[in-house]
Design a protein around this ligand. Sequence first.
Ligand code: 13P
Length: 251
Amino acid sequence: MRQQIVAGNWKMNKTLEEGIELTRAIVEKVEKANGLVVIAPPFPYLRDLGNMLKGHKHFHLAAQNCHQEEKGAYTGEVSAEMLASVGCEFVIIGHSERRQYFNEMNDVLAAKVNVTLARGMRPIFCCGEPLDIRAVNMHDGYVAQQLIEGLFHLNEDDFRNVVIAYEPIWAIGTGLTASSQQAQDMHESIRALVSEKYGKTVADLTPILYGGSCNAQNASELFSRPDVDGGLIGGAALKSDDFAAIVAALK
Ligand code: 13P
């Protein structure tokens, strides 16, 4: 069976002290997992929290973003090399908040995917449509374009390291979850697109996570769908009980 993953995207939340406490509680409550558990805290805590996760089976460290250039005069930015050097194994790329508030377009995201892979880390590439696109039933094509422009330049070997996260924008932080059928339909269409480009074997191995108001109550139903391979969790990743319950819902 392909890899199942629950990833917690903390976004811009928690102080260092709170982050340490949350990590401690999560590690204590998640004794086993039917897959990988990924924690994506803010940059300044990566090293400390990464050290806390070391030696705990299932746990992996992720960054929420990286810069697309290797290094240089980019004041305030963080490179993929830096992230790898503090123990990151994954980088979230193309989150809708990055696309919306920081104008990150697919060509920049493709470059971020490249630097991430070049440093031996795995991109968690986010895609997803806004409400007005879903309202006119154009969501499949919209998401397809994000994947084609952001990922499909990769060769097969590199693509095998990619994780895709489908996060419908209208479901993020709104309490409005996609129904498990809506999630399954989109994940199936994403997998078909990957299969067309890279073949069925690669498509069958690609983890596709769902994100958007996924919580302790709805995770089992979402994860029970055949093409939903776990979740990228925002709000519910900030509470150890909820996050642990979501991990426990992995099939
Ligand atoms: P919520 O779980 O808070 O809706 O956020 C989802 C998300 O954006 C994860 O990256």
